[in-house]
Structure formats: structure tokens, C-alpha cells
Write a protein that binds this ligand. Structure first.
Ligand code: HEM
Length: 187
């Protein structure tokens, strides 16, 4: 896993819970805790930090990773505004992941292992997203999608229909986009 992911997790924890909590989490996880953006670090080290955070924050590892994804989006948007400015809604942004966003990420962070999603676009207000990766980071994908919807000011209904953590061979996320905004007007 690239160091940028660890750096993002540190930023999220420090901004939401404070630097002391990050220090407590590092101590509990027994990792060395220093990550350079472009460095490569074992995936297990991230999972050790997630388990320690789960213990200290009293939320499940799945919820730690999901929360991490949600709160990462504003940081990603600040670091890479060009990925976001090309879109005006969540659906269009998600559909650019395989073709534009993650390929650009691989150029910026050589060696990054990004997932390839399968998209069922047959319905205009619904996306069915199939995800598979040995890292089984579906909670991260879920949080990132939720954070993206918040970024674009949309409400979505996200259902995790099939999940590798329940023994399935891949994960299927169904995202339904609401067509009316908070003031009840059609978007
Ligand atoms: C809704 C939006 C996004 C989703 C659902 C998504 C999903 C994911 C997932 C699930 C992974 C884990 C890798 C794996 O499964 O093996 C990942 C990795 C990553 N993504 Fe994305 N991503 C999104 C947007 C972005 C954006 C906007 C950026 C950059 C600004 C980004 C940068 C990265 C990086 C750096 C990694 C780590 C790769 C590595 O360490 O090897 N992603 N993404």
C-alpha cells in the first residue's frame, strides 16, 4: 500500500480525534508509523492500524475503514482538484474511476495497486458496482462513494448486496441516486 494512504489516514484521525489519539493508535498497533507519500508499505501494517483504531475508538474495523473513506474525499479533492472539477455529480465521477482517475493515480504514485470496477449502467438513477481485490477494501470503496456524494451535495442510497467478507467471490454495491435535492426540486 502506498504511503499516501497512511498519510491520509493520519490526517483523518488527527483532524477528527486529535493527534494524541493518532499516537495512541500507533502505539497500540506496534507499527513504526513513519510513511512517505511515495513509499510502499505492507498492507498488513494498515490493517494493524485499523484494528488498533477499532479498539481505541470502539467502532468495528469495517466502520473505521468506511469512515476513513468518507473523510478522505475532501482531502483528495484538496490535493487533486482536477479529478473533481471535471464532474458535477457522483455518478459521472464514479464512472471515471477506471478510465481516468485511478490510471492518473497510478502515474502520480508509481506502483499503486488500484482496483478495476465493473459497472452496470443500465438504469439512469442507479449504478451497480462490482468490486474485487485481494485487499477486500469494500468498506473503503463504500466510504469513498458516500464521501463523494456528500462532496457533490447529493443523497444516495447505498446497499452492499454481495460481500467478500460474507464469503462471496466479489462485492456488489448498489448506489441509487436521488433525483430530488433537499429543497424538493428536481435536479
Ligand atoms: C468514489 C471514489 C473512489 C473509490 C470507490 C476508490 C476505491 C479504491 C479502493 C477500494 C482502493 C483499494 C485498493 C484495492 O482495493 O486493492 C483504492 C486505492 C487507492 N485509490 Fe481510489 N477510489 C476512489 C477515488 C480515488 C481518488 C479521487 C483518488 C486520488 C485522488 C484515489 C487514490 C487511490 C490511491 C492512492 C489508492 C492506493 C493504491 C495503493 O496503495 O496501492 N482514489 N481506491
Amino acid at each position: 500500500m502506498k504511503g499516501i494512504v497512511f498519510n491520509l489516514l493520519e490526517s483523518v484521525v488527527c483532524s477528527q480525534f486529535g493527534e494524541d489519539t493518532w499516537d495512541d493508535i500507533l502505539e497500540e498497533s506496534q507499527v513504526h508509523g513513519v510513511y512517505t507519500t511515495l513509499g510502499n508499505y505492507p498492507d498488513d501494517e494498515l490493517f494493524q492500524i485499523v484494528c488498533a483504531a477499532s479498539k481505541i475508538l470502539h467502532i468495528s474495523p469495517h466502520e473505521v475503514i468506511r469512515f476513513f473513506g468518507q473523510k478522505s474525499i475532501p482531502l483528495m479533492a484538496a490535493a487533486h482538484p482536477e479529478f473533481f472539477s471535471a464532474h458535477n455529480n457522483t455518478r459521472s465521477f464514479i464512472l471515471a474511476l477506471n478510465t481516468i482517475i485511478h490510471p492518473e493515480v497510478r502515474k502520480l504514485y508509481p506502483g499503486a495497486q488500484v482496483p478495476v470496477f465493473e459497472f452496470d449502467t443500465s438504469s439512469s438513477n442507479k449504478l451497480i458496482i462490482t468490486y474485487s481485490s485481494p485487499r477486500k477494501l469494500c468498506a473503503f470503496a463504500q466510504g469513498l462513494i458516500e464521501g463523494t456524494a456528500e462532496y457533490f451535495g447529493e443523497t444516495i442510497d447505498l446497499q452492499h448486496l454481495v460481500c467478500m467478507h460474507r464469503g462471496d467471490s466479489n462485492c456488489v454495491l448498489q448506489v441509487v441516486f436521488n433525483t430530488t435535492s433537499a429543497n424538493g426540486k428536481e435536479k
